[in-house]
Structure formats: structure tokens, C-alpha cells
Design a binder for this molecule. Structure first.
Ligand SMILES: [Fe+2]
Ligand SMILES: [Fe+2]
Length: 137
């Protein structure tokens, strides 16, 4: 089974973002554990993960604007497409609707891929700024 664990290769080097990602990954693991031990997790944990992810998205987007990140629009679009996909998955939206293992795997895959591909690039870019803000040409 695909199951992301929090390991150093997921670290992007921006402390607040790494803490946010770590919490999301831990919650995903908690959800997997509940599937293993039963009963299956209810929708609450799914919503909790999505709320935390939204905070990660917001923080990243603020940082991208602050640093004039050149791939801001593409990165933001990835967040928004994912957000919409999750809204579709959670419709009808009832707190008691249980989270399915398929939904959890989709979420887990996306988080893993997005951190490694998109967020890692942002981390490298911000690292190169050495504490500065927008790069000047
Ligand atoms: Fe992220
Ligand atoms: Fe991101």
C-alpha cells in the first residue's frame, strides 16, 4: 500500500511549511492506522487534513507572492485544482460520511507528489534568496 512517511527527503527547508507538511503526513498516517485497527475513520479526520492543507497552501502562496516566485500561478493552480477535487470527493458533505481508503490513497499520493515536485522547488528558490524578498534582475 502507498503510505507516505515523514522522512528527511520531504523536507523543503522552510520551517513553517515543513511543520505544516509534517502534521498533514502524520494525520494521513493516523487515518491509515485507523483503517488497519478499525473502525474506519469518519469524515472528521478527512476534513481535519484538508483544513491543515489549506493552511499550508495559504502560507506557501503568501510566501510566493512575497518572494515574487516565478512559478506562483502554476503552483497556486495545483493547489486550487486539488482543493476542487477534494470538494467533489466530499460531496455530499456530511461529517459522518466515512473516509474511504481510496480517497485516502488519492490524498496521500497527491501530497507526496506535490511536496516533492512543487514545494521542493519553492524551498530551493527561497533558500537561494538568503533571507531576501523579491529577486532583482
Ligand atoms: Fe505544500
Ligand atoms: Fe504547494
Amino acid at each position: 500500500m502507498f503510505n507516505t512517511k515523514w522522512t528527511s527527503d520531504l523536507v523543503v527547508g522552510i520551517e513553517d511549511i515543513d511543520q505544516c507538511h509534517k502534521y498533514v503526513v502524520e494525520k494521513i498516517n493516523e487515518a491509515y492506522d485507523r483503517f488497519m485497527t478499525g473502525p474506519a475513520p469518519d469524515g472528521y479526520i478527512f476534513d481535519e487534513i484538508l483544513v491543515y492543507m489549506a493552511q499550508c497552501f495559504d502560507y506557501e502562496q503568501m510566501l510566493m507572492m512575497d518572494t515574487c516566485y516565478p512559478d506562483f500561478l502554476a503552483h497556486r493552480d495545483e493547489h486550487e485544482i486539488f482543493r476542487q477535487r477534494m470538494i467533489d470527493i466530499r460531496t455530499p458533505r456530511t461529517a459522518s460520511a466515512s473516509l474511504s481508503i481510496d480517497q485516502l490513497v488519492i490524498l496521500d499520493h497527491w501530497v507526496n507528489h506535490h511536496i516533492r515536485e512543487c514545494d521542493a522547488k519553492l524551498g530551493a528558490f527561497v533558500g537561494d534568496l538568503s533571507g531576501g524578498r523579491c529577486k532583482t534582475a
